[in-house]
Design a binder for this molecule. Sequence first.
Ligand code: AMP
Ligand code: MG
Length: 431
Amino acid sequence: MTRLTTTQITLDPSCMDDYDPNSMPVVKARQFIKQYLDPIQQTETLALRASLGRVLSADILSPANVPNYDNSAMDGYAFNADDIVAEMPTQLKVIGTVYAGKAFDIALKSGECARIMTGGMMPTGANTVVMQERVIAEADNITFSETPKRGMNVRYAGEDLQQGQTVLAAGHLMRAADLGLIASLGIAEVSVYRKLKVAFFSTGDELTGVGEALKTGQVYDSNRYTLYGMLSQMGVEIIDMGAIADEPALLESTLLTAASQADVVITSGGVSVGEADYMKLLLAKHGQVVFWKIAMKPGRPLAYGKIQGDNAKTAHYFGLPGNPVAVMVTFYQFVREAMLVLMGQPNPAPLPMFKVECTEKIKKMTGRTEFQRGILFADTDGAWKVKPTGSQGSAILSSMSLANCFIVLDESVGNLDAGSFVTVQVLDGIA
Ligand code: AMP
Ligand code: MG
């Protein structure tokens, strides 16, 4: 794919109706965006805990074997498997107890064993552990007939991680398990990419801020709140530039300030047919931006490109539609993954998708991908199923609040009967 010129953008035919088979498929738009993403290069060193949600900028290598020494996986008795006589109960003398974290310097001789706690270091001469539940203990002796195989119940040095092994590679997004894993290596600080800076603003003459009285024909600016929420959960640095009226000079100055300060600029509104004209001129003047009509619902209009701030710095630009649901859908379908790449993750994990039964019928036109809002629930038979949230209008933001998933219906899919299997994309915890 080649970058479209601004002339091509201007010539890009507008489509007024709701269904356009020639518009940009979702997958193609994603691929297009991907080729322009240049990840952050600057790094910083952070205390381990502060790295949660950040992306590693260097490999983490294991400085030692984990575990560091052979140890017992059970509370039991450590012994040498050579002391087992076939088909005979094994009888061994207990010469002491090995506690986790305590040294045990006595080497076992033939016919001897040591009581050992989970995590206790295997004494010299021992290679196998028998669980304490499997033995009869009398005075200083144990007897057992069910003999474990040689090496049973022993955790070997380096079994989890070997010294010098790459434990986590650069580009890895740090999660709770990773904090523990790195702590288990005794590493206190890690190197991560700096936070991505994201500036955003709403556009529209009709927008009013929360707390103000609503005049005739006005709506409250909700997009800046959903965007704030979605961006916060991604752990980026947020620059909220407010709601800007549809005035070219004002939009221009806001855009330039945003591009000078941020790595990514996101706007909502002003990219739909009829509104896009001055945005196109503005963006063409300060960068290379393409305007698409995506073959999807909601979220048809979308603009993507790079713009130059008043300090010659460039920023990635996402022009999202104004409709509140479309903002969330386009954010999760295009912006989220692109931002993860910019944050330093070369292959970000997509949101989980799987097929489940839909308990209600679905209305759907072929030729476009639909992201209907769905509720995943455990049915009385115990199986997880999905049902649509109800009205699917792209201005009905309550549908997003009710939903815990998108029901993703591909271009080829048409109306579906109740009981059909559909693909869902899980949003729980993020949307
Ligand atoms: P636009 O894409 O600018 O044509 O806007 C499409 C629809 O979304 C219109 O009904 C707008 O009033 C509405 N809209 C645009 N921006 C916002 C916003 N920030 N908050 C709530 N609704 C909005
Ligand atoms: Mg508008």
